[in-house]
Structures are given as C-alpha cells and as structure tokens.
Design a protein around this ligand. Sequence first.
Ligand SMILES: [Ca+2]
Length: 77
Amino acid sequence: MANEQELQSLFNNLDRDQDGKVSINELFLSPGLSAIISSETNTSSPQELLARYGLGEDGSITFEELKQAVEKANNLT
Ligand SMILES: [Ca+2]
C-alpha cells in the first residue's frame, strides 16, 4: 500500500489543472497513474474504481475520498 505522501503526490500529478480535485476526465487522461490507483484499490479500471467506491458522482474525486478508498481496499483484504 502506498503511504499518504505517495498517494498525495500521485493525486497531485493526476490533478492537471491543480484545482485540488481529480475530475473524471483527469483520471482518464493519465492511464498510467490511474492504473496505480486501481492497483491500490483492488480494481481493474477507473470505471470500476468509481463504481465500487461510489466516487465521482459529482464529477470529481477529492484527496480525502481517494485516501478512504485505498484504506477501505486494504482493510477488506
Ligand atoms: Ca483537477
């Protein structure tokens, strides 16, 4: 599991327009980075990530939401 610092830097890289949120578009613009997120959350695609954790319903993901998804994934296994 990535530590919080690694997750934060991953999140910042995904957040191309630096507005503090990763939009669904940004998630799909960086397939390499979203693949890392998928592996951290035990999902096989960004679509599955969003569906399984109920993320992105408002069009974007916050760092807190991402962190919770990773924590959930690691508690479930
Ligand atoms: Ca953004």
